[in-house]
Design a protein around this ligand. Structure first.
Ligand SMILES: *Cc1c(COP(=O)(O)O)cnc(C)c1O
Length: 410
């Protein structure tokens, strides 16, 4: 008789997005004439740029003709694209090679799948709050232990609190851990790690032979020139870090689907010398994955070209202006805000008398604006609230006007 993977039973009952939809639907049903403004979702809204569309259309034409049609490609990704990725790192002084780049269908699948090349008993550390994929995929793989409703966490996961005291970047773990997930700029806090902060983790990882899994999905939003955009800008990171990237947020590829992982050959682990992890990830991808869509890869190659990059930068600037508008409005109203300067998320402290969900209800009822309660991203997110800047300007403007006029902070 077949049995299910019982690890699924250890997943936290994270009803964050269904709970949000439920509350919004209930409110809308009671107030059918109210226009609800959604600043809750981390999804892009501006269209693909001209260069990207050109790249995809050209490939569509090639696929339409017998003499230029191509089917399966390299499962690691087209060489031209991997070279373009390598060049984009080289500009930042980060040295990687094409055979260390693995093109994929996105950063979420990669950040979920990467754990499979590590030992089932690896100790995992995560930022708290964080993107839920890192913990949940380790739960499914059996590394997380039980969920404890009292702490809001799993008993075998090492949670690294990101709080106002440490400006939302965690302290180095006191105990020995094997895998460290870092995301910068972070979702949900919108805060980007400094060079010194990353140096601390790289130092720790090299000492412990731990591996950092660095999610740089929001790197394109970094505008402060002093902040690193890739962990490979940090000396020694090639020996201890895997970086995961995506065009989802930087070029509007959330639906097109294109990301990549960099797994350097110089990575070393306790029982594997240089090249071991690169070979395992290659094996993993060749076994489970047949390569990213060739249309998506054509779009990606265009996005990484000079025109594509200039266009994407404008779109990212547009979202950053939205974020600045949200941040300015809340700050002028006396709320304490973080993030939103080098990221598309503003992380607001809710009034001290409230919990994240209380503020969700207040904002919905008074201002008709939907955001995301911080507590949904981990125990340390309680007392905070995420507002997303991925909207059309006119909707963001309506939302901030409504917040300014209607929200009574008591
Ligand atoms: C949106 C997001 C991604 C992107 O995932 P894709 O699968 O490439 O769309 C990755 N990491 C974080 C933290 C994100 O918020």
């Amino acid at each position: 008789m077949a049995k299910i993977n019982s690890n699924y039973g250890h997943l936290a009952a994270n009803y964050l997005f269904p709970e949000i939809s439920g509350r919004v639907a209930a409110y809308q049903a009671q107030h059918p004439n109210v226009r609800i403004l959604r600043l809750g979702i981390g999804d892009t809204t501006e269209p693909l740029t001209a260069a990207v569309l050109d790249g995809i259309r050209t490939r569509v034409d090639q696929l339409s003709r017998r003499d230029t049609y191509r089917g399966y490609g390299d499962s690691e990704g087209e060489l031209a694209l991997r070279r373009a990725i390598v060049d984009s790192y080289a500009e930042r002084g980060a040295s990687i090679e094409p055979d260390e780049v693995f093109v994929s269908d996105g950063a979420k699948p990669d950040s979920g799948n990467i754990q499979s090349i590590f030992s089932p008993d690896a100790i995992v550390a995560v930022q708290d709050p964080a993107y839920p994929v890192y913990v949940d995929t380790n739960v499914i793989a059996g590394r997380a232990g039980r969920f404890d409703p009292a702490t809001g966490g799993h008993d075998r996961i090492v949670y690294m609190p990101c709080t106002e005291e440490n400006l939302f970047f965690p302290a180095i773990p006191k105990q020995k851990v094997d895998l460290v997930y870092l995301c910068s700029p972070n979702n949900p806090t919108g805060m980007a790690a400094s060079r010194e902060q990353l140096e601390g983790f790289v130092h720790y990882a090299r000492q412990e032979r731990a591996v950092i899994i660095y999610d740089a999905a929001y790197a394109a939003f970094i505008r402060d020139p002093a902040l690193p955009r890739s962990i490979y800008e940090i000396e020694g990171a090639r020996e201890c870090a895997i970086e995961i990237q995506s065009l989802s947020k930087s070029a509007g590829f959330t639906g097109v689907r294109l990301g990549w992982s960099v797994v350097p050959k110089s990575l070393v682990v306790e029982d594997g010398g240089p090249g071991a992890l690169t070979r395992l990830w290659s094996r993993r991808q060749n076994t489970f994955f047949n390569g990213a869509s060739n249309l998506a890869q054509a779009g990606a190659l265009a996005a990484l070209g000079p025109e594509g990059r200039a266009e994407s930068r404008k779109v990212v600037d547009y979202y950053l202006d939205n974020a600045a508008l949200v941040r300015r409005t809340l700050t002028e109203m006396g709320m304490v805000c973080f993030g939103g300067l080098n990221a598309p998320y503003v992380w607001a402290r809710v009034p001290r008398t409230m919990k994240s969900w209380d503020f969700f209800d207040l904002l919905l009822e008074q201002a008709h604006v939907v955001g995301t309660p911080g507590s949904g991203f981990g125990p340390s997110g309680e007392g905070y609230f995420r507002l997303s800047a991925f909207g059309h300007r006119e909707d963001i403007q309506l939302a901030v006007d409504s917040i300014r006029t209607n929200l009574k902070l008591g």
